[in-house]
Design a binder for this molecule. Structure first.
Ligand code: NAD
Ligand code: DAU
Length: 352
């Protein structure tokens, strides 16, 4: 069995669903159910004995030790994190706690468990750390895409906390020999994406007839990957990756934010036309994010060359599926747009 952390969040839940659709190997899913964790994402697994959900904190060493002892996982896939850059600007403390101390706690618990294994179990064990392209910093317009040897230049409290966690993971391999792998992935999108991030926020606001808040000039570039392609990349690293190695994962889809917003408006105009006119009428430029990174781009040649992974979706197929998913899952969105979500919207947008 494998231990997954953060498996009730956006990518973690997609990973658990994807894993159990291709394998019968059970998953223990440890998630604290913060504002971003949602058991509705896993509703289709209700009653499935292959999925064991444990509500708990990755900083809780006793709990993590108990899960290792009870379930003897052959691998851990570590997604749990505070993941939203804007939230890290308003409140960095939780990011240091979960992303740095939480990863440290997991590494120490995993090391204790790993040390207790026989040689064969030791060699087969994996600690896979799910990280981000943001640790590499911001690219100039003509700079080459991030390769695995790019220097770390994190610019936000979020990316700095993820960079710190990457360094801890690296050190636990170098010093103690723990068989770790790390993947640094670009922006994901797809089903179950929490509607405070760009793509689901724009869809939710458009359908509600609210402004579509584009930060700054909207020319910041992100490299978009459909979430199930990220899941298949992680499966490939787990199956074939070399301990101590880092794999960059991306979709070869660099797009300026404003182009993403126009694409979403055009798809919504086609799939759910608004009698009041094109959704693009709602586009509103607002004050930029402080320290906003201008461009990210991933060079994903290593994972293709060494592990044979390539994304299955193009941006055009993935974004169409995504908009269609949100249109038929309005109840899922509706449950999230609660009091707590509205408080966040006031915190982030009221003063812009
Ligand atoms: P998310 O915010 O949607 O989900 C995070 C999950 O972690 C939630 O279920 C939450 O309840 C859980 N969690 C938070 N703190 C916890 C704690 N202390 N103990 C246990 N569980 C806790 O995040 P996501 O977008 O799914 O990202 C998952 C991982 O992938 C993160 O490590 C993130 O840095 C990384 N990543 C995300 C993207 C992206 O585009 N979203 C891209 C690259 C890498
Ligand atoms: O690059 C990978 C990262 O992608 C992950 O590590 C993070 O966990 C994930 O949240 C994401 O970070 P971003 O900051 O790129 O994602 P976000 O959806 O918040 O913003 C995407 C871009 O859209 C960014 O340039 C900021 C802009 N934006 C965002 C929001 C929420 C807007 O213009 N308006 C908005 O209202």
């Amino acid at each position: 069995m494998i231990l997954v952390t953060g498996g009730a969040g956006f990518i973690g839940a997609n990973f658990v669903l994807d894993w159990l659709s291709v394998s019968d190997e059970p998953v223990v899913n440890l998630d604290a159910l913060t504002y971003a964790g949602n058991l509705e994402n896993l509703a289709s697994l209700k009653g499935d004995p292959r999925h064991i959900f444990v509500q708990g904190d990755i900083c809780d060493r006793e709990l993590v030790d108990r899960l290792f002892a009870e379930h003897q996982p052959r691998a851990i896939v570590h997604f749990a994190a505070e993941s939203h850059v804007d939230r890290s600007i308003h409140g960095p403390g939780d990011f240091v706690r979960t992303n740095v101390n939480g990863t440290f706690t997991l590494l120490e618990a995993a090391r204790g468990h790993w040390m207790s294994l026989e040689e064969a179990g030791k060699a087969a064990f994996r600690f896979h750390h799910v990280s981000t392209d943001e640790v590499y910093g911001s690219l100039g317009p003509n700079a080459p895409a991030f390769s695995e040897t790019k220097t770390y230049e994190p610019n936000s409290p979020y990316s700095a906390s993820k960079a710190a966690s990457d360094h801890l993971v690296r050190a636990w391999h170098h010093t103690y020999g723990l068989p770790v792998t790390t993947s640094n992935c670009s922006n994901n999108y797809g089903p179950y994406h929490f509607p405070e991030k760009l793509i689901p926020l724009m869809i939710a606001n458009a359908l509600a007839g609210k402004p579509l808040p584009v930060y700054g000039d909207g020319q910041q570039i992100r490299d978009w990957l459909y979430v199930t392609d990220h899941c298949s990349a992680i499966r490939a690293v787990l199956a074939k990756g070399t301990p101590g190695e880092v794999y960059n994962v991306g979709g070869w889809n660099e797009k300026p934010n404003i182009e993403i917003v126009h694409t979403l408006c055009a798809l919504l105009d086609e799939l759910k036309p608004d009698p009041a006119g094109s959704y693009s009428r709602l586009i509103t430029y607002v004050t930029d994010r402080p320290g906003h990174d201008r461009r990210y781009a991933i060079d994903a040649r290593k994972i293709e060359r060494e592990l044979g992974w390539r994304p299955a979706e193009t941006f055009e197929t993935g974004i169409r599926k995504t908009v269609a998913w949100y249109l038929v899952n309005q109840a899922w969105v509706g449950h999230i747009l609660s009091g707590a979500y509205r408080e966040w919207v006031d915190t982030n947008y009221a003063g812009r």
